[in-house]
Design a protein around this ligand. Structure first.
Ligand SMILES: *Cc1c(COP(=O)(O)O)cnc(C)c1O
Length: 385
Protein backbone atom coordinates (compact mmCIF):
# COMPACT_ATOMS: atom_id res chain seq x y z
CA UNK A 1 0.00 0.00 0.00
CA UNK A 2 1.32 3.46 -0.93
CA UNK A 3 -0.11 6.12 1.43
CA UNK A 4 -0.74 9.72 0.36
CA UNK A 5 1.65 10.99 3.02
CA UNK A 6 3.89 9.61 5.75
CA UNK A 7 6.63 10.58 8.20
CA UNK A 8 10.36 10.15 7.61
CA UNK A 9 12.13 9.19 10.86
CA UNK A 10 15.91 8.62 11.02
CA UNK A 11 18.03 6.90 13.68
CA UNK A 12 19.19 10.36 14.73
CA UNK A 13 15.56 11.45 15.24
CA UNK A 14 15.00 8.40 17.43
CA UNK A 15 18.16 9.07 19.45
CA UNK A 16 17.05 12.66 20.11
CA UNK A 17 13.84 11.38 21.72
CA UNK A 18 15.67 8.69 23.71
CA UNK A 19 18.10 11.32 25.05
CA UNK A 20 15.19 13.31 26.49
CA UNK A 21 13.70 10.17 28.08
CA UNK A 22 17.01 9.67 29.94
CA UNK A 23 17.11 13.33 31.07
CA UNK A 24 15.46 15.03 34.07
CA UNK A 25 12.73 16.90 32.22
CA UNK A 26 10.00 15.42 30.07
CA UNK A 27 7.92 18.56 29.66
CA UNK A 28 8.47 22.34 29.98
CA UNK A 29 12.19 21.70 29.83
CA UNK A 30 15.12 22.87 27.72
CA UNK A 31 14.21 20.85 24.60
CA UNK A 32 11.05 22.93 24.11
CA UNK A 33 12.93 26.23 24.39
CA UNK A 34 15.64 24.91 22.10
CA UNK A 35 13.07 23.90 19.47
CA UNK A 36 11.30 27.26 19.69
CA UNK A 37 14.56 29.18 19.22
CA UNK A 38 15.54 27.03 16.25
CA UNK A 39 12.13 27.51 14.63
CA UNK A 40 12.12 31.29 15.19
CA UNK A 41 15.61 31.50 13.67
CA UNK A 42 14.70 29.31 10.69
CA UNK A 43 11.60 31.37 9.88
CA UNK A 44 12.99 34.77 10.78
CA UNK A 45 10.26 35.57 13.33
CA UNK A 46 10.93 37.10 16.77
CA UNK A 47 8.91 34.65 18.88
CA UNK A 48 7.98 30.97 18.55
CA UNK A 49 5.71 29.00 20.91
CA UNK A 50 5.38 25.22 20.68
CA UNK A 51 2.01 23.67 21.53
CA UNK A 52 0.35 20.24 21.46
CA UNK A 53 -1.07 20.53 17.91
CA UNK A 54 -1.99 23.11 15.27
CA UNK A 55 -5.68 23.01 16.21
CA UNK A 56 -4.72 24.24 19.69
CA UNK A 57 -2.40 26.81 18.11
CA UNK A 58 -5.25 28.22 16.00
CA UNK A 59 -7.51 28.33 19.07
CA UNK A 60 -4.87 30.21 21.09
CA UNK A 61 -4.15 32.59 18.19
CA UNK A 62 -7.84 33.54 18.05
CA UNK A 63 -8.01 34.01 21.84
CA UNK A 64 -4.84 36.09 21.94
CA UNK A 65 -6.24 38.37 19.23
CA UNK A 66 -9.38 38.84 21.32
CA UNK A 67 -11.86 36.88 19.21
CA UNK A 68 -15.16 36.30 21.04
CA UNK A 69 -18.92 36.36 20.88
CA UNK A 70 -20.23 38.89 18.37
CA UNK A 71 -17.05 38.71 16.27
CA UNK A 72 -16.67 37.20 12.80
CA UNK A 73 -13.80 35.12 11.39
CA UNK A 74 -13.30 34.32 7.69
CA UNK A 75 -11.21 31.56 6.18
CA UNK A 76 -11.26 29.36 3.06
CA UNK A 77 -13.63 26.39 2.83
CA UNK A 78 -10.99 24.37 0.95
CA UNK A 79 -9.19 23.41 4.17
CA UNK A 80 -9.16 21.07 7.14
CA UNK A 81 -12.01 21.87 9.55
CA UNK A 82 -9.58 23.08 12.23
CA UNK A 83 -9.01 26.35 10.28
CA UNK A 84 -12.61 27.35 10.92
CA UNK A 85 -13.49 25.42 14.09
CA UNK A 86 -11.17 27.73 16.05
CA UNK A 87 -13.66 30.56 15.51
CA UNK A 88 -16.49 28.43 16.91
CA UNK A 89 -14.41 27.49 20.01
CA UNK A 90 -14.34 31.23 20.80
CA UNK A 91 -18.07 31.72 20.27
CA UNK A 92 -17.48 33.78 17.11
CA UNK A 93 -19.32 33.48 13.80
CA UNK A 94 -17.67 31.89 10.77
CA UNK A 95 -17.81 32.65 7.06
CA UNK A 96 -15.73 31.61 4.05
CA UNK A 97 -14.03 33.18 1.04
CA UNK A 98 -14.02 31.30 -2.28
CA UNK A 99 -10.77 30.08 -3.84
CA UNK A 100 -8.69 31.09 -6.83
CA UNK A 101 -9.22 28.50 -9.61
CA UNK A 102 -5.48 28.24 -10.32
CA UNK A 103 -3.82 28.07 -6.88
CA UNK A 104 -6.86 26.76 -4.92
CA UNK A 105 -5.87 29.28 -2.24
CA UNK A 106 -8.19 32.01 -0.99
CA UNK A 107 -8.94 34.36 -3.91
CA UNK A 108 -7.86 37.94 -3.30
CA UNK A 109 -10.52 39.20 -5.74
CA UNK A 110 -13.26 37.27 -3.93
CA UNK A 111 -11.93 38.54 -0.60
CA UNK A 112 -11.91 42.15 -1.74
CA UNK A 113 -15.45 41.88 -3.07
CA UNK A 114 -16.73 40.23 0.11
CA UNK A 115 -15.06 42.93 2.23
CA UNK A 116 -16.76 45.70 0.24
CA UNK A 117 -20.16 44.09 0.83
CA UNK A 118 -19.40 43.42 4.51
CA UNK A 119 -18.33 47.02 5.09
CA UNK A 120 -21.59 48.25 3.60
CA UNK A 121 -23.58 45.80 5.76
CA UNK A 122 -21.56 46.47 8.93
CA UNK A 123 -20.32 42.91 9.35
CA UNK A 124 -16.57 43.01 8.69
CA UNK A 125 -14.46 40.13 10.06
CA UNK A 126 -12.18 40.62 13.05
CA UNK A 127 -9.79 37.88 11.91
CA UNK A 128 -8.93 36.36 8.53
CA UNK A 129 -7.21 32.98 8.28
CA UNK A 130 -5.57 32.45 4.86
CA UNK A 131 -4.57 28.78 4.43
CA UNK A 132 -1.41 28.07 2.42
CA UNK A 133 -2.96 25.12 0.61
CA UNK A 134 -0.52 22.31 -0.37
CA UNK A 135 2.36 24.47 0.89
CA UNK A 136 2.03 27.35 -1.59
CA UNK A 137 1.65 30.70 0.16
CA UNK A 138 -1.45 32.83 -0.34
CA UNK A 139 -0.90 36.31 -1.83
CA UNK A 140 -0.01 37.75 1.54
CA UNK A 141 1.10 41.18 0.38
CA UNK A 142 -2.28 41.88 -1.19
CA UNK A 143 -4.13 40.34 1.77
CA UNK A 144 -2.15 42.51 4.23
CA UNK A 145 -3.04 45.63 2.22
CA UNK A 146 -6.71 44.69 2.60
CA UNK A 147 -6.20 44.09 6.34
CA UNK A 148 -4.79 47.61 6.68
CA UNK A 149 -7.71 49.03 4.72
CA UNK A 150 -10.49 47.10 6.53
CA UNK A 151 -8.92 46.64 9.99
CA UNK A 152 -8.86 42.87 10.43
CA UNK A 153 -6.11 40.69 11.94
CA UNK A 154 -4.38 37.88 10.04
CA UNK A 155 -3.51 34.37 11.23
CA UNK A 156 -1.68 32.36 8.55
CA UNK A 157 -2.65 28.68 8.68
CA UNK A 158 0.73 27.50 7.38
CA UNK A 159 0.16 23.87 8.43
CA UNK A 160 1.18 22.74 4.91
CA UNK A 161 3.87 25.31 4.28
CA UNK A 162 6.86 24.91 6.61
CA UNK A 163 9.99 25.10 4.48
CA UNK A 164 8.19 27.14 1.80
CA UNK A 165 8.99 30.71 0.77
CA UNK A 166 6.98 33.76 -0.24
CA UNK A 167 8.68 36.55 -2.18
CA UNK A 168 12.04 35.02 -1.30
CA UNK A 169 11.46 34.87 2.46
CA UNK A 170 10.50 31.92 4.69
CA UNK A 171 6.80 31.31 5.29
CA UNK A 172 6.21 31.90 9.01
CA UNK A 173 8.18 35.15 9.31
CA UNK A 174 4.88 37.04 9.87
CA UNK A 175 5.89 39.95 7.65
CA UNK A 176 2.30 40.13 6.42
CA UNK A 177 0.43 38.69 9.41
CA UNK A 178 -0.04 38.85 13.18
CA UNK A 179 0.52 35.15 13.82
CA UNK A 180 1.54 32.10 11.75
CA UNK A 181 0.74 28.50 12.66
CA UNK A 182 2.48 25.23 11.70
CA UNK A 183 1.36 21.62 12.23
CA UNK A 184 3.69 18.70 12.96
CA UNK A 185 1.18 15.89 12.44
CA UNK A 186 2.94 12.86 10.83
CA UNK A 187 1.49 13.53 7.36
CA UNK A 188 2.92 17.08 7.37
CA UNK A 189 6.41 18.04 6.22
CA UNK A 190 8.21 17.59 9.54
CA UNK A 191 6.66 15.83 12.53
CA UNK A 192 6.67 15.70 16.32
CA UNK A 193 3.98 12.97 16.44
CA UNK A 194 1.38 15.55 17.39
CA UNK A 195 2.46 19.16 17.60
CA UNK A 196 1.98 22.74 16.53
CA UNK A 197 3.81 26.04 16.61
CA UNK A 198 2.85 29.71 16.76
CA UNK A 199 5.12 32.44 15.39
CA UNK A 200 4.75 36.17 15.91
CA UNK A 201 6.81 39.37 15.88
CA UNK A 202 4.64 40.96 18.58
CA UNK A 203 6.12 40.59 22.10
CA UNK A 204 2.78 41.34 23.76
CA UNK A 205 0.97 38.67 21.73
CA UNK A 206 3.77 36.22 22.46
CA UNK A 207 3.45 36.60 26.24
CA UNK A 208 -0.34 36.28 26.04
CA UNK A 209 0.03 33.07 23.98
CA UNK A 210 2.58 31.78 26.50
CA UNK A 211 0.14 32.27 29.38
CA UNK A 212 -2.84 30.88 27.48
CA UNK A 213 -1.08 27.61 26.59
CA UNK A 214 -0.47 26.86 30.27
CA UNK A 215 -3.68 27.60 32.21
CA UNK A 216 -3.23 31.39 32.09
CA UNK A 217 -0.79 31.01 35.00
CA UNK A 218 2.11 33.46 35.35
CA UNK A 219 5.25 32.11 37.03
CA UNK A 220 7.45 35.20 36.77
CA UNK A 221 6.99 37.43 39.89
CA UNK A 222 8.07 40.52 37.97
CA UNK A 223 4.86 40.16 35.93
CA UNK A 224 2.47 39.52 38.85
CA UNK A 225 -0.55 41.81 39.04
CA UNK A 226 -1.29 41.08 42.75
CA UNK A 227 0.76 41.88 45.89
CA UNK A 228 1.49 38.32 47.05
CA UNK A 229 5.06 37.61 46.00
CA UNK A 230 5.53 34.54 48.26
CA UNK A 231 8.04 32.08 46.82
CA UNK A 232 5.26 29.51 46.21
CA UNK A 233 3.04 31.99 44.38
CA UNK A 234 1.90 31.31 40.81
CA UNK A 235 -0.69 33.74 39.56
CA UNK A 236 -3.58 32.73 37.32
CA UNK A 237 -4.31 35.86 35.30
CA UNK A 238 -6.60 34.61 32.55
CA UNK A 239 -8.52 31.46 31.63
CA UNK A 240 -6.01 29.29 29.79
CA UNK A 241 -5.56 25.66 28.81
CA UNK A 242 -2.99 22.91 28.95
CA UNK A 243 -1.88 23.00 25.31
CA UNK A 244 1.82 22.37 26.03
CA UNK A 245 4.27 20.35 23.93
CA UNK A 246 6.46 17.72 25.64
CA UNK A 247 10.27 17.71 25.52
CA UNK A 248 10.24 14.37 23.65
CA UNK A 249 8.18 15.97 20.90
CA UNK A 250 10.32 19.11 20.84
CA UNK A 251 13.56 17.11 20.59
CA UNK A 252 12.10 15.20 17.64
CA UNK A 253 11.07 18.54 16.13
CA UNK A 254 14.57 20.01 16.41
CA UNK A 255 16.06 16.90 14.84
CA UNK A 256 13.48 16.96 12.02
CA UNK A 257 14.05 20.68 11.44
CA UNK A 258 17.68 19.91 10.52
CA UNK A 259 16.33 17.69 7.75
CA UNK A 260 13.59 20.09 6.58
CA UNK A 261 15.39 21.59 3.58
CA UNK A 262 16.30 18.09 2.42
CA UNK A 263 12.67 16.96 2.76
CA UNK A 264 11.46 19.92 0.70
CA UNK A 265 14.13 19.26 -1.96
CA UNK A 266 12.97 15.60 -2.23
CA UNK A 267 9.39 16.78 -2.60
CA UNK A 268 10.39 19.15 -5.40
CA UNK A 269 12.20 16.32 -7.19
CA UNK A 270 9.06 14.17 -6.91
CA UNK A 271 6.93 17.05 -8.20
CA UNK A 272 9.19 17.41 -11.23
CA UNK A 273 8.84 13.67 -11.95
CA UNK A 274 5.04 13.81 -11.57
CA UNK A 275 4.85 16.88 -13.80
CA UNK A 276 6.84 15.12 -16.53
CA UNK A 277 5.16 11.73 -16.15
CA UNK A 278 1.64 13.17 -16.17
CA UNK A 279 2.12 15.81 -18.87
CA UNK A 280 -0.30 15.70 -21.80
CA UNK A 281 -3.02 13.78 -19.92
CA UNK A 282 -6.52 15.20 -19.35
CA UNK A 283 -5.40 16.50 -15.97
CA UNK A 284 -4.65 19.92 -14.53
CA UNK A 285 -1.34 19.76 -12.67
CA UNK A 286 -0.46 22.09 -9.76
CA UNK A 287 0.10 25.69 -10.91
CA UNK A 288 2.90 27.65 -9.25
CA UNK A 289 2.79 31.38 -8.56
CA UNK A 290 6.13 33.05 -9.42
CA UNK A 291 6.09 34.70 -5.94
CA UNK A 292 6.04 31.32 -4.21
CA UNK A 293 8.36 28.44 -3.47
CA UNK A 294 5.95 25.73 -2.30
CA UNK A 295 6.80 23.24 0.43
CA UNK A 296 4.65 20.72 -1.54
CA UNK A 297 2.90 19.08 1.38
CA UNK A 298 0.42 17.71 -1.17
CA UNK A 299 0.42 17.01 -4.90
CA UNK A 300 -3.00 17.09 -6.45
CA UNK A 301 -4.38 16.74 -9.91
CA UNK A 302 -7.69 17.96 -11.27
CA UNK A 303 -9.43 15.54 -13.61
CA UNK A 304 -10.79 16.92 -16.87
CA UNK A 305 -14.04 14.99 -16.54
CA UNK A 306 -15.29 16.11 -19.96
CA UNK A 307 -12.45 14.09 -21.61
CA UNK A 308 -12.10 11.18 -19.21
CA UNK A 309 -14.47 8.28 -19.69
CA UNK A 310 -14.46 7.42 -15.99
CA UNK A 311 -15.95 9.33 -13.05
CA UNK A 312 -13.70 10.73 -10.33
CA UNK A 313 -14.92 7.91 -8.08
CA UNK A 314 -13.91 5.29 -10.65
CA UNK A 315 -10.44 6.79 -11.03
CA UNK A 316 -10.11 6.96 -7.26
CA UNK A 317 -11.23 3.33 -6.80
CA UNK A 318 -8.88 2.26 -9.61
CA UNK A 319 -5.96 3.80 -7.74
CA UNK A 320 -6.97 2.14 -4.47
CA UNK A 321 -7.30 -1.24 -6.22
CA UNK A 322 -3.71 -0.79 -7.42
CA UNK A 323 -2.60 -0.26 -3.79
CA UNK A 324 -2.39 3.51 -4.12
CA UNK A 325 -4.04 5.19 -1.19
CA UNK A 326 -5.02 8.42 -2.94
CA UNK A 327 -7.11 10.99 -1.13
CA UNK A 328 -9.19 14.12 -1.73
CA UNK A 329 -8.23 17.44 -0.11
CA UNK A 330 -10.56 18.82 1.00
CA UNK A 331 -14.20 18.05 1.44
CA UNK A 332 -15.32 21.71 1.64
CA UNK A 333 -15.77 22.67 5.28
CA UNK A 334 -19.04 24.51 4.65
CA UNK A 335 -20.66 21.29 3.36
CA UNK A 336 -19.99 19.17 6.47
CA UNK A 337 -23.30 18.37 8.24
CA UNK A 338 -22.27 20.45 11.27
CA UNK A 339 -21.73 23.51 9.08
CA UNK A 340 -24.86 22.92 6.97
CA UNK A 341 -26.84 23.19 10.19
CA UNK A 342 -25.54 26.75 10.47
CA UNK A 343 -27.10 27.50 7.09
CA UNK A 344 -24.24 26.85 4.62
CA UNK A 345 -25.30 24.97 1.49
CA UNK A 346 -24.11 23.71 -1.90
CA UNK A 347 -23.55 26.60 -4.29
CA UNK A 348 -22.26 29.00 -1.62
CA UNK A 349 -18.63 28.76 -2.83
CA UNK A 350 -18.73 27.59 -6.46
CA UNK A 351 -14.97 27.53 -7.23
CA UNK A 352 -14.28 25.52 -4.07
CA UNK A 353 -17.03 23.05 -4.92
CA UNK A 354 -16.06 22.73 -8.60
CA UNK A 355 -12.43 22.10 -7.65
CA UNK A 356 -13.49 19.53 -5.05
CA UNK A 357 -15.52 17.53 -7.59
CA UNK A 358 -12.45 17.06 -9.81
CA UNK A 359 -9.55 16.77 -7.37
CA UNK A 360 -7.44 13.75 -6.41
CA UNK A 361 -4.41 13.91 -4.09
CA UNK A 362 -1.58 11.62 -5.17
CA UNK A 363 1.03 10.15 -2.80
CA UNK A 364 3.68 12.73 -1.82
CA UNK A 365 6.30 12.27 0.90
CA UNK A 366 10.06 12.60 1.03
CA UNK A 367 10.70 8.84 1.17
CA UNK A 368 8.35 7.95 -1.73
CA UNK A 369 10.46 5.66 -3.94
CA UNK A 370 10.92 6.17 -7.67
CA UNK A 371 9.40 2.72 -8.29
CA UNK A 372 6.31 3.51 -6.25
CA UNK A 373 5.96 6.88 -7.96
CA UNK A 374 6.24 5.27 -11.39
CA UNK A 375 3.50 2.82 -10.35
CA UNK A 376 1.26 5.79 -9.44
CA UNK A 377 1.99 7.52 -12.76
CA UNK A 378 1.38 4.46 -14.95
CA UNK A 379 -1.78 3.46 -13.05
CA UNK A 380 -3.26 6.96 -13.31
CA UNK A 381 -2.34 7.12 -16.99
CA UNK A 382 -4.29 3.90 -17.69
CA UNK A 383 -7.28 5.20 -15.76
CA UNK A 384 -7.63 8.55 -17.51
CA UNK A 385 -6.78 7.63 -21.11
C1 LIG B 1 -3.26 19.46 9.67
C2 LIG B 1 -3.94 20.76 9.59
C3 LIG B 1 -4.45 21.43 10.72
C4 LIG B 1 -4.50 20.81 12.08
O1 LIG B 1 -3.30 20.36 12.52
P1 LIG B 1 -3.18 19.44 13.82
O2 LIG B 1 -1.74 19.61 14.21
O3 LIG B 1 -3.51 18.04 13.38
O4 LIG B 1 -4.12 19.94 14.84
C5 LIG B 1 -4.99 22.69 10.54
N1 LIG B 1 -5.06 23.27 9.34
C6 LIG B 1 -4.62 22.65 8.24
C7 LIG B 1 -4.71 23.35 6.93
C8 LIG B 1 -4.06 21.37 8.32
O5 LIG B 1 -3.64 20.75 7.22
Amino acid sequence: MIPYGRQDISEQDIQAVVDVLRSNTLTQGPAVTHFERAMAAYCGASHALAVCNATAALHLACLALGLGKGDILWTASNTFAASSNCALYCGAAIDFVDIDPRTYNMSVAALEHKLQVAERDGCLPKILIPVHFTGQSCQMREIKALADRYGFKIIEDASHAIGGKYRGEPVGNCRYSDISVFSFHPVKIITTGEGGLLLTNDAELSSRLDLLRSHGIERDPSRFVGDDHSPWMLEMQMLGYNYRMTDMQAALGTSQLRRLDGFVASRHALVARYNTGLAGLPLTLPWQDADCFSAFHLYMVRLDLTCIRRTRREVFDGLRQAGIYAHVHYNPVHLHPYYREMGFKPGDFPETEQYHREAITLPMYSSLSINDQDHVISTLKKLVL
